[in-house]
Design a protein around this ligand. Structure first.
Ligand SMILES: Cc1ncc(COP(=O)(O)O)c(C=O)c1O
Length: 490
């Protein structure tokens, strides 16, 4: 075979022969997922996994047949990955992925549109804009709202707070992108609850304000921002001459799933002229259910909203969005470039690079839209409602169990509990033991320094019987006799 013929086989061609070859390779890739191991993960140790992976030369002098490469990956990697669809995979906000999204990944990668400029993604740009419009309507944002897809909740939070910072500077007549932070920025603060995701701190750090610029507010027994604490914090900050440039609420905290009182927080933010950002990475999906959407009332008042499709929308990583109340606010971010975003394009050609902290960017909107169209409103809402009800059930099982106590009442899809008669090291051993032998991927965290275990329900196929079994399995791993020492519990 000539070099050119061999090279040609490497690329995705959309002629009939090229697509047939892609289809055969795709089938082989799918077959490589068919592995004998069952359960949420195999029991291989880190050293065994390392040895199996290191045995594969990354770039050998001569290439290996694709079928062989796919089989090797199947045996060394897919066989020993975590399986988010297993009912015992309950540690994190880590969803099983739906088929329409997964097959769309193949077409996304094959067509390789890049979302930075219209000339690299003409129809794809329209899809992303269409999806953002849909999301804005579901949230209840005004017609002039829009958004942009990002790589995750962290990136969306950073983007939202970057806009908030630029907004605060613009109010002082300063273009922060050009001239950097004004002198007044020393007094700028973000306010968020003590359960907010660490990406709020990361945003403050990256924006040059420093992590200390995030002032945390105490939470109530559910883990939601306490309004009296917020009011006291805002009063204190005002008395110290600080300027709160953004109030960040969370709709669905990472551990407890708690939803801050969005309506009341929106009102306080407006009262002090602060940007109102809502990290709805977790509970943002509730806008898809008539039953659940009341829990996130107030989201429609936000200046910016983080939505994570790769959580309760069952999308494979990466898929997130940052929505803004008024699309014109993205102009605060825009850096024109001669080659990409000149501003003299023909009417209607939108270059999404103007909204993003990325330049080249994946067409993740396609898989989200394919999934939502396939699943449909009714089934989507039903799956979500099932998970919330399942989590309530899990909480009731924990409450009734002799060994366990609930750390906080359930709010979304996570159930955090501890074992009052046992020590922190017992909880650690239970969680690590289940992980090591591959029988459960269980969450472990701390709430206000209280060590705890956590179920996060992301898989709508999980039943109440499964929950009973999960609780029983955890209980069986507790040591026979209490080894509790008060000192150890901190
Ligand atoms: C509330 C919340 N916000 C943001 C994030 C960060 O999301 P990502 O991992 O997609 O960056 C998480 C992650 O779990 C989260 O729980």
């Amino acid at each position: 075979m000539s070099d050119a013929a061999a090279w040609r086989e490497l690329f995705v061609a959309t002629d009939r022969a090229g697509l047939a070859a892609l289809g055969r390779a795709a089938q082989r890739a799918v077959d490589s997922l068919d592995q004998p191991h069952r359960g949420p993960r195999s029991s291989r140790t880190p050293a065994q996994l390392r040895d199996a992976v290191r045995a594969l030369e990354v770039c050998p002098p001569e290439g290996v047949a694709l079928d062989t490469v796919l089989d090797e990956l199947g045996a060394a990697v897919w066989a020993h990955g975590v399986r988010p669809l297993d009912v015992a995979c309950v540690a994190h906000l880590h969803p099983p992925s739906v088929v329409p999204a997964v097959v769309s990944e193949l077409t996304i990668a094959s067509s390789n549109q890049s979302m930075d400029s219209w000339d690299q993604s003409p129809a794809a740009t329209e899809v992303e804009l269409h999806l953002m419009d849909f999301l804005g309507r579901r949230i209840g944002l005004p017609a002039e709202s829009s958004g942009v897809m990002t790589s995750g909740g962290t990136a969306s939070n950073v983007l939202g707070l970057t806009l908030a910072r630029s907004w605060a500077a613009a109010e002082l007549g300063v273009d922060v992108l050009r001239s950097g932070l004004p002198e007044e920025a020393r007094q700028w603060r973000f306010v968020a609850s003590d359960q907010a995701h660490f990406s709020i701190q990361r945003a403050a750090a990256q924006l040059g304000l420093g992590r200390d610029a995030v002032v945390t507010v105490a939470t109530d027994e559910r883990g939601a921002m306490a309004m009296d604490a917020l009011d006291a914090t805002l009063d204190d900050l005002a008395a110290q001459g600080r300027r709160v440039i953004a109030v960040c609420a969370t709709a669905g905290t990472t551990d407890l799933g708690a939803i801050d009182p969005l309506l009341a927080i929106a009102e306080r933010a407006r009262g002090i002229g602060a940007w109102f950002h809502v990290d709805a990475a977790v509970a943002g999906a509730f806008v898809m259910s008539e039953e659940l959407r009341a829990r996130v009332r107030g989201l429609e008042l936000a200046d910016s909203v983080t939505i994570d499709f790769h959580k309760l929308w069952w999308q494979p990583f990466n898929a997130s969005a940052l929505m803004v109340r008024d699309v014109a606010r993205f102009d605060l971010l825009r850096v024109r470039s001669n080659y990409l975003d000149r501003g003299d394009e023909l009417d209607g050609m939108v270059n999404l690079v103007g909204r993003s902290l990325d330049t080249s960017r994946r067409f993740d909107a396609a898989k989200v839209m394919a999934s939502l169209r396939t699943i449909g409103q009714r089934t989507f809402a039903a799956m979500l409602e099932h998970l919330v009800a399942l989590n309530d059930y899990a909480a009731s099982v924990i409450v009734d169990h002799d060994d366990f106590a609930l750390v906080a009442p359930p709010s979304s899809v996570s159930c955090v509990f501890d074992a009052p008669h046992y020590a922190a090291h017992d909880l650690r051993r239970v969680q690590q033991g289940l992980l090591a032998d591959g029988s459960m991927v269980l969450g472990r965290t701390e709430i206000h320094s209280r060590p705890a275990l956590k179920f996060t329900f992301m898989n709508p196929l999980t039943t109440r019987e499964d929950v009973d079994q999960l609780v029983a399995l955890v209980a069986r791993r507790l040591p026979r006799r209490s080894t509790a020492h008060e000192d150890d519990r901190g």
